[in-house]
Design a protein around this ligand. Sequence first.
Ligand SMILES: *Cc1c(COP(=O)(O)O)cnc(C)c1O
Length: 375
Amino acid sequence: MTPAYDEAWYSSRAADGIGRLAAYDPGHDVAGMRERTQWLVELGSNENPYGPSPVARAAVLDALHLMHRYPDPRGARLKAALSNRHGVEPERILLGNGSHELLMQFAQVFAGPGADVVYSQYGFAVFALAAGASGATCRVAAALAPDATMPLGHDVEALLRAITPSTRLVYIANPNNPTGTWLDRDSLARFVDAVPADVILVVDEAYGELADAHNYASALTLTKSRPNLVVTRTFSKAYALAGVRCGYAIAAEGLVAVMERVRESFNVNAFALAACEAALADEAHLAWCRERNAEQRSALTTALRQRGIAVLPSQTNFVLAHFGERTGAIEAALVERGVVLRPMAGYGLPDYSRITIGTADENRRLLAALDEVFP
Ligand SMILES: *Cc1c(COP(=O)(O)O)cnc(C)c1O
């Protein structure tokens, strides 16, 4: 009999782990909607609505004349800039085509069939994809209850309990997407100490630059004394460079050297290298975006709560809002009004929507549309 050559058939031919995997759900077709809608309010993907530093734009234009050449495979200039910024040797920096690429490769390199990978329920979706694609077994630690201080946030004790002798890799995002919640400085330090020293711990700080709570601390300083600790960052969020695709990891030199073995030689393109180097130098623009975001985050949180909508505490550029049973209907009605949020059913949170913090104007439009559909 001839096979159907459908997805199921190819899936049966795929490598260990891939057969059970479902592709990343990107949410609404925003690119398509842009072509049909005049003034779309894009609050679905946690992008920075203010755009990148003008210096970063200029750097991309400047890089155009080298379009026919391969980019620097070492990313030396960007690494030098990052080395300066974070006070770490360039040998401890790994560049990725977005941090997404690096998150996938950590599992490819350090997990694989027979290994366990631990992460939290409602943790970042890429952790499950990365672990699954490597053929590893996923061990998902239950999140905190909805009525906890950090509702749906990471439960440190549950994460530690999920670690077995087969565990090779642990992922946490701090602050976390899609909840927006964070581990405070002491909980994070205790967690880093408690993870066995031969288990690689990845702390994803995609929103690190946007966190300003007095009790938030980056894990970067801990990487010096913890050879099993990796911190990832991205240029996609606070730096407003999601379109150029660049992220990085900071870890022990030996760990970076092993990761280099699977890195595609030219994974970060010439425009990304130029834009990110320039963006790093414009600290004023970053600070300005951080302030606007904090101000709008607080205003939007208050406005939603005044409407009786529960909103989780957030240290990011988005909030997770509880719309209850009408979530799907509300999201659809908002889309009709040109406002795009991120549906959360794929995360097992069908009664919630993730809302990126927009500009003051965008948030006004969101609230106006909400008042029409959620009286
Ligand atoms: C957006 C995001 C990323 C980063 O993505 P890039 O691939 O660097 O654009 C990583 N982790 C989390 C938790 C995120 O929300």
